[in-house]
Design a protein around this ligand. Structure first.
Ligand SMILES: *[C@@H]1O[C@H](CO)[C@@H](O)[C@H](O)[C@H]1NC(C)=O
Length: 389
């Protein structure tokens, strides 16, 4: 009885005309995966335009090879009910940046007014900053002292609400910016487009790997992500292809070099320490490629060492055609060589190493001997010949 009454009450609340008319959001209030929306539909296209790269055990997209305009979609795709950008929202980004040049900044995404190319919103990273650009009024919110370009995965949650902009990196302590006026004033997304990894230009494009880019309208995504077991890779919504493609084992770094970023260092010995697994180094002196296993450099695809010449040292004359030689040593006696010879007389020969040369030590009667093998019997070395019959 209790259950049905409760259901009735819930039903009444949901259908109440009062609630339905208070506020209609312009978008779904669900996580909106912006990254999936710009990915080519088939995997074949993914390979040519957008490269899927596995790095440090996780996959992301390398976008820099694709035309900026191809990685975009009209805002109307997600602003389906009306056109106003929410004043409360959060953006979740998982990225990995190897390095950023000094004074260089790269766009993670932008929202651009198509007609006059006006920037409405933009999220940018530079060597020591994360900048959130708000077009209306040309405001720039700077989170300083943040070094994301350390070749590790990081997950950022930027939450905007009223006068507050909060940045949480890898689920650690949030950085708050408190402004004297609301971060966003209402603006229309009419005729605007989202650009992933750029600001609609070649310049300032995102050069790193992008694994997640999600807009969550209406609320702060941080409590949905944090705490996380892997805070650097905390997930709200990641493109399916990144999750469903099986990961290659990190224990076999040489296997996935065809698709992982190949960092080949030349010259002197670079450091090889934990975290540097899979790094490659071309040893110019030895002319071989070395791979770091986290501790030491190991040669990869090395050509076996070969003697490039053999000096004629001694001619050992055997009494007839020799099919096999066996070298063995007898403790206390020295080094010997047995030659398996064709003729019966005087048969095969055993030579001893004396004064740096092999000298005939003994004739052993054999017939058509083909091979010699030596063996040890209770500490004594003997040798035996096999003969064809
Ligand atoms: C082995 O046989 C050859 C040819 O018959 C002979 O010249 C030589 O002295 C023999 N050597 C030994 C150590 O028996």
């Amino acid at each position: 009885m209790w259950t049905s009454r409760l259901l009735l009450l819930l039903g009444a609340l949901t259908w109440s005309p009062y609630l339905a008319h208070t506020w209609t959001p312009c978008t779904d209030l669900l996580p909106l995966d912006l990254l999936s929306r710009v990915l080519p539909p088939s995997t074949a296209a993914t390979l040519t335009q957008v490269r899927m790269v596995q790095s440090r055990g996780s996959r992301g997209f390398q976008l820099a090879a694709a035309a900026a305009t191809s990685l975009s979609f009209p805002a109307s795709q997600i602003f389906t009910n009306c056109e106003t950008f929410p004043r409360e929202f959060s953006i979740v980004v998982t990225l990995k940046i190897k390095q950023l040049a000094e004074r260089r900044s790269e766009y993670i995404f932008s929202l651009v007014q198509e007609e006059d190319d006006r920037l409405l919103l933009g999220l940018r990273v530079s060597e020591e900053r994360v900048n959130f650009l708000v077009g209306a009024g040309g405001r720039r919110l700077s989170f300083r002292g943040i070094r994301l370009a350390d070749d590790h995965w990081h997950t950022l949650v930027l939450a905007v609400s009223g006068h507050y902009a909060t940045l949480t990196i890898d689920c650690s302590l949030p950085l708050d910016l408190v402004l004297d006026q609301p971060v966003l004033s209402s603006f229309s997304t009419r005729r605007s487009r989202f650009y992933v990894g750029s600001r609609r230009r070649w310049k300032d494009r995102f050069s790193g790997l992008l694994r997640q880019l999600v807009l969550l309208p209406g609320s702060d995504a941080t409590p949905r992500l944090c705490p996380a077991s892997k805070p650097r890779l905390a997930e709200l919504s990641v493109p399916e292809v990144l999750v469903t493609t099986p990961l290659l084992s990190d224990q076999q770094p040489s296997v996935f070099t065809y698709e992982a970023e190949v960092r080949v260092t030349q010259g002197g010995v670079p450091p090889c320490s934990p975290g540097g697994e899979g790094q490659l180094w071309f040893n110019t002196l030895r002319r071989n490629l070395q791979i770091c296993d986290g501790h030491t450099w190991t040669p990869l695809l090395q050509r076996p060492q070969r003697l490039d010449y053999v000096e004629d040292y001694q001619d050992v004359l055997t009494s007839s055609e020799t099919f096999d030689v066996e070298v063995f040593s007898i403790p206390g006696e020295g080094l010997f060589m047995a030659a398996a010879n064709r003729d019966i007389h005087p048969g095969s020969g055993v030579f001893q190493w004396v004064d740096g040369r092999f000298q005939l030590y003994q004739n052993i009667s054999t017939q058509e001997a083909r091979a010699w093998k030596h063996f040890t019997l209770e500490g004594q070395v003997s040798s035996t010949s096999t003969t064809s019959t």
